[in-house]
Design a protein around this ligand. Structure first.
Ligand code: C5P
Length: 234
């Protein structure tokens, strides 16, 4: 299990400061819409400068026509990030186009597909997709697996079922993690680390509970301890 810390703060310097504080920990950093739209490629370079061993997940959730998704995936791979994601609901033609475009790239980034956003309630989800979250998340996961992706973004509640339906090696990344019963904010399907572990989640994603905490470093250490990792692994 690899802790993924979301850098979603309002200012570039705040994200950089947090990364500096966490530079000696064996973690992944998640750069999402807010930070990437504001700070772009140079943020990725700055994070790499802080610690070249940081693993970076670019959370842009691509959703477009297959050719545009494949072109964008190629550009993302050239940024040198370690993982990025696309929407499974873009369909298997788009997912295969993305994987085809990355085929010849050495050390290509891992590609995950978003199944259902963790902020959805079952009722909200049903209103859009016409099916329950677990049924559709499983369906999207199988489609992603068959399209050659490396894994999916799902809530901790679907992780085990998805691995059973695909493969143990098919990665699951779960946002909505509240390690110590912190405020769930706008997330609907929240889970703690113990549950995520039980459900074989590969990447628990934690944002606000870390960056809004009075002591983010202590929070990360406590989470790493729960995961069963020695705090300073570099
Ligand atoms: O602050 P919090 O821990 O809720 O942050 C969760 C992060 O994961 C946010 O950056 C959010 O955009 C992202 N995310 C999510 N649900 C998904 C995919 C990504 O919450 N399905």
């Amino acid at each position: 299990m690899q802790l993924c810390v979301a850098l979603d703060m309002p200012k570039r310097d705040d994200n950089i400061d947090l990364a500096k504080k966490l530079k000696s920990y064996d973690i992944w950093l998640k750069v999402g819409f807010r930070s990437y739209i504001r700070d772009g490629k140079s943020l990725i370079e700055n994070l790499r400068d802080i610690n070249p061993s940081f693993k970076i997940f670019l959370d842009l959730k691509l959703y477009d026509i297959p050719n545009t998704m494949a072109d964008s995936a190629y550009e993302i791979a050239n940024l040198g990030v370690d993982m990025f994601n696309i929407h499974a609901s873009a369909g298997s033609v788009a997912m295969r186009a993305v994987m085809d475009r990355l085929r010849d790239i050495p050390n290509r980034p891992l590609v995950l597909a978003v199944t259902a956003l963790t902020s959805f309630s079952d009722e909200q989800f049903r209103g859009i997709y016409g099916a329950s979250i677990d049924t559709k998340a499983r369906e999207f996961a199988i489609m992603s697996y068959e399209s050659g992706l490396d894994g999916v973004v799902c809530s901790a509640y679907e992780s085990k079922d998805i691995k059973e339906a695909t493969s143990k090696e098919f990665l699951t990344l779960s946002p909505g993690i509240r390690p110590f019963a912190e405020d769930s904010n706008d997330q609907n399907r929240v889970a703690d680390i113990a549950f995520a572990k039980e459900q074989s989640v590969d990447f628990p994603v934690v944002g606000r509970p870390i960056y809004q905490s009075t002591d983010p470093v202590a929070k990360v250490e406590a989470i790493l301890e729960q995961i069963g990792k020695k705090a300073n692994s570099f």
